[in-house]
Design a binder for this molecule. Sequence first.
Ligand code: PEP
Ligand code: MG
Length: 324
Amino acid sequence: LTQGLDALRELPCETLDGHRLPLWVNTGLLADVARAQERGAEGVGLYRTEVPFMNNERFPSEKEQLAIYRDQLSAFYPLPVTMRTLDIGGDKSLSYFPIKESNPFLGWRGIRVTLDHPEIFLVQVRAMLKASEGLNNLRVLLPMISSIHELDEALHLIHRAWGEVRDEGTDVPMPPVGVMVEIPAAVYQTRELARLVDFLSVGSNDLTQYLLAVDRNNPRVADLYDYLHPAVLQALNKVVQDAHAEGKPVSICGEMAGDPSAAVLLMAMGFDSLSMNATNLPKVKWLLRQITLSKARELLDRLMAIDNPQVIHSTLQLALRNLG
Ligand code: PEP
Ligand code: MG
């Protein structure tokens, strides 16, 4: 099977009825780059910039960040690389920037931290922009957006950073900017958010956790953590419809995108790309190449009419097994 999966590398992710769906990867370490390329990724849907920050003893300088980001961007050039601005807090902590809270997932996380510390944000965005000079394959993604106000502030800072690096002689266009839809509030504001950005990316790991009020890392409630829960499926479907109503592409970069059977449903919903761990990419591609988009849509319609999460799981598994 592994050999068969390797042969898939050069084949497009295309259904039997000719629907193309770009498969992207999530990266963090430089080691992820080789694996992604081995598996034929078509871009990076999520580069978690907190990884190099976590592997350091202090905030990396603008120059240090520039070198790290340049490596990512040039490794994938000319494919797009979506760099998420620092997403610390919650379960991701920096030893040199401790955050002590009794409820970290509902606390100071992601964009909340960087808007309170614009100096951290500006240095990071400046480094990204400089790293992209001459390559221009950078996309910037904002984590944990819960209101238009936060997005306005972040966009203002990105424009400021862009003006600064251009004044210093860096010749780089304004990159596409996107927001993560990973807080339920963003699901209900998808259209308003979409109007202000170039693309959206759903973070189904956090979105599942917040919709179901289930800690994504707590083994005691792990059986309640279910990205096929009907409420999650409804939310995902709504985000795709609303993004497209505003003419904006929408991707998904949570673990769910790397689950082949879930990927069938995400394709049927109309996601424009799926971004996953490189390990899962060949399995997802293999399955999507065995199915038609119209069959996937029929299956999605059937599942969306089911209200019991357990029945959703069994129906999906049975349908895909019957595929052969
Ligand atoms: C997510 O929340 O789905 C996501 C992709 O981001 P992270 O797992 O880094 O929070
Ligand atoms: Mg997240």
